[in-house]
Design a protein around this ligand. Sequence first.
Ligand SMILES: Cc1cc2nc3c(=O)[nH]c(=O)nc-3n(C[C@H](O)[C@H](O)[C@H](O)COP(=O)(O)OP(=O)(O)OC[C@H]3O[C@@H](n4cnc5c(N)ncnc54)[C@H](O)[C@@H]3O)c2cc1C
Length: 478
Amino acid sequence: MGPETENGDHIDEFESGFLGDLIRPEDSGYDNARTVWNGMIDKRPDLVAQCQDVADVISAVEFAREQDLLVAVRGGGHNAAGLGTCDDGIVIDCSPMNWVDVDPDTRRVRVGGGATWRDVDHATQAFGLAVPGGVVSHTGVAGLTLGGGYGHLRRAYGLTCDNLVSVDLVTADGRFLTASEDEHPDLFWAVRGGGGAFGIVTAFEFEAHPIGTKVATVETWHSIEDATVVFETWRDFVETAPRTISGEAIIWGIPEDPHFPEEHHDDPVAIITAVHAGDPDEGEELLRPLREFGSPLFDFSGRIRYLDLQQGFDPFFPAGEHRYYQGSVYLDSLDDEVIADILDRAETRPDPRILYYVWNLGGAIADVPEHATAFSGRDHPYLLAIDGKWDDPAEDDAVLEWARSFQRDMQVHSPGEGYRNFPGLGEGGDAQRTPERDETDDRLVEVKDQYDPTNVFSRNHGVTPSESARTDGGAGDE
Ligand SMILES: Cc1cc2nc3c(=O)[nH]c(=O)nc-3n(C[C@H](O)[C@H](O)[C@H](O)COP(=O)(O)OP(=O)(O)OC[C@H]3O[C@@H](n4cnc5c(N)ncnc54)[C@H](O)[C@@H]3O)c2cc1C
């Protein structure tokens, strides 16, 4: 039973002061409002509160707390496990808050809690600036930043959360706080990698970097028969490349896209990419050996607009239309044996649209000491990520078993955890955390106890308050 039938007076009061839209199951926009990126997630919240501003967020949090509703917070709606929605309760949807303000002199960028990377790139590129974001532009800034954030600029400028200067946030008890190195530093530590467990971020303040509007890139597509030499060559290149260069080695099927001849659609391929964050002339020189390697089937390398780089993969991952799985495993190394084990799966993918890829890490990511933020795993040199995409529910078991067994088998080459923003479906079998608790886990619980002792923001990366905080109901932070 929804809040409107049980609590008519309360919802009327809530609605009368709410600037955005409140959408209920009987409303025509309901299906659109409840849809998230992963078409496998089919949740039916009682209410979607589409917030226009901070006041809306505060009243939505207060309403949810008073009515004891399950709360999901939504930014870009891309979390593959569906953390941005829920059954029954309330979705506090920040997506209307997608404003971006750039100060080109200080290179500070303030971003609303519901913006996407497309919004940020659009606003910053007018000044030749960039905030290191993700590699698909319709992804939300909020979830990506709160969980860490890897993108094309990662080795030059670190994780997205490393570029955070402050956040404005509404806590579980409806307070509005700013967290930075100087204000609520414990909270600021937690939101850089600890996920959305501590409050609703209404504004992110980032430092942007002067990368210009064009960057030098390599993107060559090779026959699957050459995959071993392709991966080994990419590995040898990135292991000695300067930190301005970040890249991926990818196994995929040629997509059904007009850029590719129809007779090759779905053929398995090995792709290598690299991006130079800096002067494009210098970048082209540095990238030349990688670009000139082998006999690619397709070569999309060159100097391209940063905006095009950021949006290049967008069409292949549309929201709401397909079933998706995103899992990952950090790798200790990418020696020849690891590459062989990775490539073993190239031909067994249950659907040609499934891709998997290795990101090189290090550089600025590893400059930050491990416990300086809540992000775990800064010293891992590589991340293997698996992106499943399919349509037929009858294929679910085959794809999930394939992806999970791949991650399980790669554990022998892994420190035992994965990137929490590639969460699988959030169920057992999706390797995301090491079983042992560490200093970061303990500190996250302390911050959770302080700011959300009753677990109002429970749809998060697995941070729950301690039993004693729940019992006390929390003393709060003054
Ligand atoms: C197509 C695609 C491409 C991706 N590419 C990358 C990539 O290049 N690099 C990378 O690091 N990751 C990438 N990801 C993973 C991405 O970081 C996560 O999916 C992330 O959760 C997306 O954030 P969101 O705001 O869109 O998600 P949502 O589903 O809206 O939210 C995710 C989590 O954040 C919380 N949250 C959302 N908004 C707020 C807010 N305003 N305040 C507090 N908590 C909030 C939610 O409650 C939830 O727990 C990609 C994902 C997809 C689907």
